[in-house]
Design a protein. Structure first.
Length: 275
């Protein structure tokens, strides 16, 4: 079974680097001290190099070249830097091959950046406090697909899955049908394995399986549902997915016009970069 194989592989993964664990601890205490954050990152030359490479990616379109961690934190903010740290660290443990999902590595990276950018620009204007969790989580939402794709690529029904997923409206249902698990369920396993904050694990667990007694997770879950409707492997900020996400946002009590304006602005930004 694919699910059993995935569990074994996750259990065998090495711990996150000490620098990343220190960064997680720093954030768990509240707003991090920026000097301390810079010190931890600069103590790990590989992590520092990877963050600067990510910060200078054409996807972020800064006109100036970012040459220091302090400069990167000033431009992106601490929560976005935390997103980079977690995503970089998780990806290093896997071979990146999204062939089973019918997209290439570049498209996958663009999708993850779209999700993170949209959550950042939308939710900072909705609730700054909750955005501190939603921004790094939004950068990790598709990590489970890396694990799933690697397993599905080796299966006898890889092509059938790819054909099905291209036309799937509910991607999680298709994953469950073929693999016995979903991207979000794998995200939960990864977060537990690497001792991420309990609130990360709770939010990830709540997206597909909401618990009525955990009302405090409802807003996080709804915001992520809106995000995943607007940006997913089959619809990366299309006019149709933005409209559908806007309607969903409105049903949850958000300002639809504000959301759709933000989504279209980001759509235009990414189209300009790739034209």
């Amino acid at each position: 079974m694919i699910f059993e194989s995935i569990i074994k592989k996750i259990d065998s993964l090495p711990p996150l680097p000490q620098s990343v664990q220190k960064i997680q601890l720093l954030f768990s205490r509240g707003d991090p001290d920026i000097k301390e954050l810079v010190k931890i990152i600069e103590s790990d030359p590989i992590l520092m190099t990877d963050i600067l490479a990510e910060a200078n990616s054409p996807l972020h379109s800064f006109s100036q070249h970012i040459i220091s961690i302090m400069q990167a934190i000033t431009l992106f903010g601490t929560n976005k830097i935390r997103s980079f740290v977690l995503a970089i660290s998780m990806k290093k443990n896997f071979t990146l091959n999204l062939e089973a999902y019918g997209i290439n590595n570049s498209q996958f990276s663009i999708m993850c950046n779209m999700q993170s950018t949209l959550m950042f620009q939308w939710y900072m204007g909705v609730d700054i406090e909750k955005s501190r969790l939603l921004i790094p989580i939004s950068f990790l939402l598709e990590m489970g697909k890396i694990v799933l794709s690697n397993e599905l690529n080796e299966s006898d029904y890889a092509k059938l899955f790819t054909d099905e997923i291209k036309n799937a409206h509910n991607i999680s249902d298709t994953e469950e049908m073929f693999a016995g698990t979903t991207t979000m369920a794998i995200n939960v396993l990864l977060c537990k394995h690497w001792n991420f904050d309990n609130i990360f694990i709770e939010i990830m667990s709540h997206i597909e399986n909401p618990a009525p007694e955990k009302e405090y997770l409802k807003e996080y879950s709804e915001a992520i549902q809106v995000l995943l409707t607007a940006v997913n492997i089959n619809n990366r900020l299309t006019n149709e997915s933005i409209e559908e996400a806007g309607n969903l946002a409105q049903s949850f009590g958000y300002d639809k016009i504000r959301f759709t304006k933000t989504a279209y602005r980001i759509k235009e930004k990414f189209e300009d970069k790739n034209s």
